[in-house]
Ligand binder design. Structure first.
Ligand code: MN3
Length: 177
């Protein structure tokens, strides 16, 4: 059995996002959590030739498959949206920072905050668990406790603030264009 779904390497080292996201959190988050979604997906879809995640997300009715496909999809995007390089922020997105942060803070339990484009409009939204948002994804933040608990414990607001120091603005600009 070949493995259709593959855990992508981080585009930086585990300690690259210190002090905003700590090394151990990045190791566990990438290897164990994202790695777990990939393994589960391969176990759940052993014989399928269709490795198109978006197609699976749009057509599957199996909640286990949807959870793990969403987890793989969201995290694969998320790693690319982070960078240690302190690039120049996008003014269009910076204008939405406060609203995005409120949305991220207000998610009850596990989920993601998003900026997407829907009908040519930048739109702030959230999904619970590993839900994938509507529209074209520009920016997203994982607010599951596994993303921040070792360093920030119950202080999700501090984690959300820290996120703005490590956004990969080159990737955001690519998503916007
Ligand atoms: Mn996560």
């Amino acid at each position: 059995m070949s493995k259709m779904f593959i855990l992508p390497d981080l585009p930086y080292s585990f300690d690259a996002l210190e002090p905003y996201i700590d090394t151990l959190t990045m190791q566990i988050h990438h290897d164990k959590h994202h790695g777990g979604y990939v393994k589960n997906l391969n176990d759940l879809l052993p014989d399928k030739s269709d490795a198109d995640l978006l197609n699976i997300l749009q057509t599957s009715t199996d909640q286990k498959i949807l959870n793990n496909a969403g987890g793989h999809y969201n995290h694969s995007l998320f790693w690319k949206l982070l960078s240690p390089k302190h690039l120049a922020p996008s003014p269009k997105i910076m204008a939405l920072k406060e609203e995005f942060n409120k949305k991220a803070l207000s998610i009850f339990g596990s989920g993601w905050a998003w900026i997407t484009i829907i009908n040519n409009q930048l739109t702030i939204s959230n999904t619970t668990n590993q839900g994938v948002p509507k529209g074209k994804i520009i920016l997203g933040l994982d607010v599951w406790e596994h993303a921040y608990y070792l360093k920030y414990q119950n202080r999700r607001a501090e984690y959300i603030d820290a996120f703005w120091n490590i956004i990969n603005w080159d990737e955001v600009d690519r998503n916007l264009s």
